[in-house]
Design a protein around this ligand. Structure first.
Ligand code: SF4
Ligand code: SF4
Length: 386
C-alpha cells in the first residue's frame, strides 16, 4: 500500500496532520513503543540549501520528529554524506537548527556493523553505520528526484547512505555498469531487509518540491510535484513516484530488479494507492535525465571497451569551477586529477561514467560532452516501452 497525498507547501502543522493520519493508517503509533529506538534516515547527499529540492526538507524532518516524540524520545537523526562532515552538511541544508531545537541525537556514522544478504547477485556483506541498523524503527526520508545514473531515486536508493562517506564511491568502481550497480544496490537493500526482518521501516518521500533533469544534486532543477508519499514498501513507493513524476518506468532498473527479487511490489496494477489518486497529478511532468538508457542500452554498456565509443564523459565549466578538488577526491577509478590552482583534468579512458563527480561538485561545474555519433546511433535504437 502507498499513501499518496496532495501537499503544496512546507507548512509544519499541515505536514504534521497529513503525516499523522497517514502513519496512523500504517499502524505506526502502535508499532512504536515508549522504549522504542527510532532512527530517522535523511537524504543528505551534499551541502545544498532547502529550496534546491535536493536534500530532506527541514520542515519534513521537524514534523516527523514531533510525531515520533508522541511515542518515544529515543531518536537518532542522520545520514552519511559523500563529502565533508555531517555537521557542515546539515548546516548548509538548513537541517542543523531543527536538530538543535528538537534536541535529538545525531548519528555517529563511523561505528560500523556488518549486514548480510543471504541470496546476493554481486555482494553479500556490507559494512554500514551501526546506529542506522541497530534500532527498532527506521524512518526513511527521501526526496522525489531524477538521477543521471539510476534514472530516478526515491526511497530504495536512499539506503545507499547506509555506507559511510567516500566508501560509497568505491562501489561504482566495483559495479561499474549501471546494471551491475542496480544489482549491487539491491544486494544492499536485501541485506537491510534481512536485518529488519522483525523491525519496522517507514518511508516518507517528499515531492512537494522535487528535482528534475540531471539529478540527484546541483545539475537538476527544482520542480513542484505537490505530493507526499508514505509507505512501508520502498519498492511500491518508488513505483508510484515514477508515475506521479510521469517518468518512463522501463528505465527504472533498480526498481525492476527489486520487483524481480520480490523485495517489494513494483507492479503498479497490484499496488493499492490511497489518499489522492495518480490522476490528481496528471499535470506533473518531470524532465528525465538527458539520454537516459533503458534495459537494452544498459546491457550493451556492460561491455567495458564499448563504453568509450558510445558514451559522453564529464567536462568542466571553467566559469563555475572553484578548483576545490572535491570531484577528484571522490572519483572511484582515479580518472580525475588536479594540480594546485588549476582546473581538474580527466583521463576519459579511465572514466566509468558514474557521475559521482557531478554529484559532489558544489558549483554545478560539471557538464557532459556530447554523446559520440556511434552512441547516438546504437543507444537511440532502444525505444521507450511502457
Ligand atoms: S570522472 Fe566522474 S563520471 Fe568519470 S569515473 Fe570519475 S567520478 Fe565517475
Ligand atoms: S569541478 Fe566542481 S568539484 Fe571539481 S574542482 Fe571544480 S568546483 Fe570543485
Amino acid at each position: 500500500m502507498v499513501i499518496l497525498k496532495k501537499c503544496e507547501e512546507y507548512q509544519l502543522d499541515l505536514i504534521k496532520s497529513i503525516l499523522k493520519e497517514s502513519l496512523g493508517e500504517l499502524n505506526f503509533f502502535n508499532d512504536v513503543k515508549e522504549d522504542s529506538r527510532v532512527f530517522i534516515k535523511l537524504n543528505l547527499v551534499g551541502p545544498f540549501p532547502k529550496e534546491t529540492g535536493i536534500t530532506t526538507h527541514p520542515v519534513i524532518l521537524q514534523a516527523v520528529i514531533q510525531l515520533v516524540k508522541e511515542k518515544t524520545n529515543k531518536i537518532i537523526v542522520g545520514d552519511n554524506p559523500a563529502t565533508r562532515d555531517m555537521i557542515y552538511t546539515l548546516k548548509k541544508c538548513n537541517l542543523y537548527d531543527v536538530i538543535q531545537e528538537e534536541n535529538v541525537e545525531l548519528l555517529e556514522g563511523t561505528i560500523f556493523e556488518k549486514i548480510t544478504n543471504s541470496n546476493p547477485k554481486i555482494y553479500s556483506t556490507f559494512e554500514v553505520s551501526k546506529q542506522m541498523v541497530d534500532t527498532d524503527v527506521l524512518i526513511n526520508l527521501p526526496k522525489l528526484k531524477t538521477h543521471t545514473l539510476a534514472y530516478m531515486t526515491t526511497a530504495q536508493k536512499n539506503f545507499f547512505g547506509l555506507i559511510y562517506g567516500l566508501d560509497k564511491s568505491s562501489w561504482h568502481a566495483k559495479a561499474s555498469s549501471p546494471l551491475q550497480f542496480g544489482e549491487a544496490i539491491n544486494d544492499l537493500y536485501g541485506a537491510f531487509l534481512e536485518k529488519f526482518k522483525d523491525k519496522q521501516i517507514y518511508h516518507i518521500c517528499d515531492g512537494i518540491i522535487g528535482l528534475e533533469g540531471e539529478g540527484p544534486t546541483s545539475g537538476g532543477n527544482p520542480i513542484k510535484a505537490n505530493c507526499l508519499l508514505i509507505s512501508k514498501d520502498a519498492v511500491a513507493l518508488d513505483r508510484v513516484a515514477c508515475e506521479v513524476a510521469s517518468l518512463d518506468y522501463s528505465k527504472l532498473f533498480i526498481n525492476k530488479i527489486a520487483n524481480d527479487r520480490k523485495y517489494g511490489n513494483g507492479d503498479i496494477n497490484k499496488i493499492t494507492i490511497i489518499g489522492n489518486q495518480l490522476s490528481d497529478f496528471d499535470d506533473v511532468k518531470f524532465k528525465a535525465p538527458k539520454d537516459s538508457l533503458s534495459h537494452i542500452g544498459l546491457r550493451l554498456l556492460q561491455l567495458k571497451p564499448i563504453k568509450n565509443l558510445l558514451l559522453e564523459h564529464p567536462k568542466f565549466i571553467k566559469d563555475k569551477c572553484i578548483k576545490c578538488g572535491e570531484c577528484v577526491k571522490i572519483c572511484p577509478p582515479h580518472a580525475l586529477s588536479i594540480k594546485k590552482k588549476e582546473f581538474p583534468n580527466i583521463k576519459s579512458l579511465s572514466c566509468i561514467r558514474c557521475w559521482c563527480c557531478a554529484e559532489v561538485c558544489p558549483q554545478n561545474a560539471i557538464d557532459r560532452t556530447r554523446r559520440p555519433l556511434l552512441g547516438k546511433i546504437f543507444l537511440k535504437t532502444d525505444k521507450k516501452k511502457k
